[in-house]
Design a protein around this ligand. Structure first.
Ligand code: 13P
Ligand code: SF4
Length: 330
C-alpha cells in the first residue's frame, strides 16, 4: 500500500466549478464565514500564495499553526505540514486541498524501518527534520527545520551523540557547519537532488554578477558553489538584503514569486535541473490548486487527522524545537 493511502485523511470532493466564479472572492467569503485561516508554503502556486493569510517556511508555518485562533486551518502545503499543524492545534479542523500532496523526503523514511535503525544507537538523541510523518516525529527527541537545524544541534552538549534524519543532505550540511559527527538516515528530496552542477557552472559564466543561492536540502557539490545557503525564508531575506541584481536560485521554483514581488528591480533565474524539464516544481506541492483550495474550504474536506496517541508523542519534540527557536529569537 502506498504511504499516502495509509495516512489519515477524510474524504475528497471533486465537483464541477462554474468557470465564471470569482474564486478569490469566494475563498475570502468562505474564510470569514467559517473563521478559517489559510497557511501557505512558499512552494505553492502564485494564486494560492496571493490569497493566503500567512506564507512562510516550515518553521514560520509551525509557529503560526501553534498560535492561530481560527477554527479551521487550511494548509496549502503537503501532508506532513498539515499533520504538524494538527499536532500543534489538535482541537482545530485541519484541511489539505489535495489529499495526495505528499513528500518524497518524508516517504524516504518509513517509521518501522527508522525504529529498527534507531535501536542500533540506544545512546543517541534523535533529531528529525520536520519533513517526515507524525509517526516519525513520535520516535524523535527534537524536531528541526532548515532554518534552525544548525542552532538546534549547537544547543546540545558537544559530547551528545545524535541520529539525524531523514534528509542526509541537510544532515551533512549541519555536520559541516557545526563540526559535529552525526549518524545520518539515507533520505533525500527529489526536487533538491535534481540540480545539475555543470549547467549551473555554465549559467554562472553567462551571468558572472549573479549570486548563486541554495537550499540545504541540495547535495554537497551544489552547496559548495553557493554564495548563500538557507531555508526558503532565509533565501528570500537574502535577496532583499543583498546588493546583487541577479540570483540563480537552487530550490523549488515557487519561492521566486515572493522574491520577484519583494525585489522588482532584481532578476531571478531558476537553477537548471539535471533533465530536459525546464522547471524545478515539486510535484507534491503543486498538486494543490486554487480550485482545490476553494472546494476544500467549501466542503471542509479533505481533513487531516492524527491519532491522539501519536499527537501526544509527536507534540513534545515539536514543542522542544519551538521553545529552542523562541529562546534563540528565530
Ligand atoms: P523550508 O521552507 O522550511 O525551507 O522547507 C523547504 C521544503 O522543502 C519544504 O518541503
Ligand atoms: Fe518534500 Fe522536496 Fe516537495 Fe519539499 S520540495 S515537499 S521536501 S518533495
Amino acid at each position: 500500500m502506498n504511504v499516502l493511502e495509509e495516512i489519515n485523511i477524510k474524504g475528497f470532493v471533486d465537483e464541477y466549478i462554474d468557470p465564471t466564479l470569482d474564486l478569490f472572492a469566494e475563498i475570502e467569503r468562505l474564510k470569514k464565514e467559517k473563521n478559517a485561516v489559510i497557511l501557505a508554503h512558499y512552494y505553492q502556486e502564485a494564486d494560492i500564495q496571493d490569497i493566503a493569510d500567512y506564507i512562510g517556511d516550515s518553521l514560520g508555518l509551525s509557529q503560526e499553526a501553534a498560535k492561530t485562533d481560527a477554527a479551521i486551518i487550511v494548509f496549502a502545503g503537503v501532508h506532513f505540514m498539515a499533520e504538524t499543524a494538527k499536532i500543534l492545534s489538535p482541537n482545530k479542523k485541519v484541511l489539505l486541498p489535495d489529499s495526495k500532496a505528499g513528500c518524497s523526503l518524508s516517504d524516504s523514511c518509513p517509521p518501522h524501518l527508522f525504529k529498527k535503525f534507531k535501536e542500533k544507537y540506544p545512546d543517541h538523541l534523535v533529531i528529525t527534520y520536520v519533513n517526515c510523518t507524525a509517526e516519525l516525529k513520535a520516535l524523535s527527541d527534537i524536531v528541526c527545520t532548515s532554518s534552525n537545524a544548525v542552532q538546534i544541534v549547537e544547543s546540545l552538549p558537544k559530547d551528545q551523540k545524535i541520529i539525524f534524519g531523514p534528509d542526509k543532505n541537510l544532515g551533512a550540511y549541519v555536520m559541516k557547519k557545526t563540526g559535529r559527527d552525526m549518524v545520518l538516515w539515507n533520505g533525500a528530496c527529489m526536487v533538491h537532488e535534481i540540480f545539475a552542477q555543470e549547467k549551473i557552472t555554465k549559467l554562472k559564466e553567462r551571468h558572472p554578477q549573479a549570486k548563486f543561492i541554495a537550499h540545504p536540502e541540495c547535495e554537497d557539490h551544489i552547496l559548495a558553489m553557493a554564495d548563500y545557503i538557507g531555508s526558503t525564508t532565509g533565501l528570500l531575506n537574502y535577496t532583499v538584503k543583498s546588493d546583487g541584481k541577479e540570483f540563480i536560485v537552487a530550490t523549488e521554483s515557487g519561492i521566486i514569486h515572493q522574491m520577484a514581488k519583494a525585489n522588482s528591480d532584481k532578476t531571478f533565474i531558476p537553477a537548471p535541473p539535471n533533465n530536459t524539464c525546464a522547471c524545478n516544481d515539486c510535484p507534491h506541492m503543486k498538486r494543490n490548486t486554487l480550485e482545490k483550495l476553494y472546494l476544500c474550504l467549501k466542503n471542509e474536506l479533505p481533513e487531516v487527522d492524527v491519532p491522539r496517541e501519536i499527537i501526544e508523542r509527536a507534540r513534545q519534540p515539536i514543542e522542544r524545537m519551538l521553545e529552542i527557536s523562541a529562546k534563540l529569537g528565530l
